[in-house]
Write a protein that binds this ligand. Sequence first.
Ligand code: CP
Length: 318
Amino acid sequence: MKNFTSVHDVKNPDKLIREAISLKKNPWKNVALGKNKTLGLIFLNPSLRTRLSSQKAGQLLGMNVIVMNMDKEGWALEWIDGAVMNTNKTEHIKDAAMVLSKYCDIIGMRAFPTLTDREADYSEHVMKQLVKYATVPVVSLESATLHPLQSLADSMCMYEKWHKNKKPKVVLTWAPHVKALPQAVANSFSEWMQAIPVDFVITHPKGYELSSTFTKGVKIENDQAKALKGADFVYVKNWSAYEPYGQMPTVEKDWLLSAKKMETTNNAYIMHCLPVRRNVEVPDELLDGKRSLISLQAENRLYAATAVFKKILEKSKD
Ligand code: CP
C-alpha cells in the first residue's frame, strides 16, 4: 500500500479488516517495525479520535510521532499551483509537502471540505496536492469527501459481531443535526459496505441524496421505517445536502431514531462514528443501550490506523 486515501488504495479490504482485528490480540507485537521512523500528523480541523488513535497507532509500531494543528500553528497554505501568492496564504503546499517529506516517513492529513465549493471539494484537490508533492506515503485522516480510517474501523465491528452464515443487513440512516456536516463519513461507509459481504441500504429524506460516485448500485429507500425492517446493523449519521451543496433542506418527517423505531429491526446493533449530538442525532437510550457499538467503533480506530501504518511500513503490495 503506497497511500491510504480511500478503499480503492486497498487491494484486499477483507484481508486488511481481518489483519486489523488480529492486531488486538497483541497490540505491541510490531513495536520494532517503526524504529527510527517518523509519523507526521497534520490537522487542518479539530479531532479527538483520529488524532489520538493515529498518534497511539504510531507508538504501537514504535514510531516517533509529530502532530501539528496546521490551521492554528502553521502558515496558511496555498493549494493552487501557479497562484500569485499576494493574499493571506503564506506557504505553498508544494514547499510544505517537500519539507514534511524530509522530516517524516508517513504523513497523515485531515482536511475537511469547504461545503461551499462542491467542485473543489469533490475533486479532492487538497488531499491530491499533498499526495502529488509529498515524496513519502500519505494517509487520509478524513478528507473533503471520504473518511476511510473510520470506515475500516466500522467494518471491523461488523466482522467481529456477525457470525451467521448469511450476509447481515446494514442500514445507513440519515439523522437530524443542528449544523451542516460533510458527507465524508457516509460516502466512505457506502464505499466500504460495497467492498464487503453485506446487504446495504441507505435511507435518507428526499433532498439528502449522496453523490452517485459513492452510491451507484446501492439500494436507496426514502422510507426510513421500510429500510429499518430486518436490519442487523443500523449506522446513524447526519450529512448536509450534495445538491444544493452544503445546505440543510427542511425535513418534514421525524428522522430521529428511537427504541420504538428499532423494534422492527433484527435487534440491530447501533453505530455512530462520534462525535454525536446526543438526543439530536441519536437518543441516549440507543447510544447507551446494550446494542450500541460506539465504544467498539472508537476502540477499533486504533487498530485500523495501526493496520494501515503497518502495511505502509512493510511496503506491502496489499
Ligand atoms: N470519528 C472521528 O473521526 O472522530 P474525530 O473527528 O474526533 O477524529
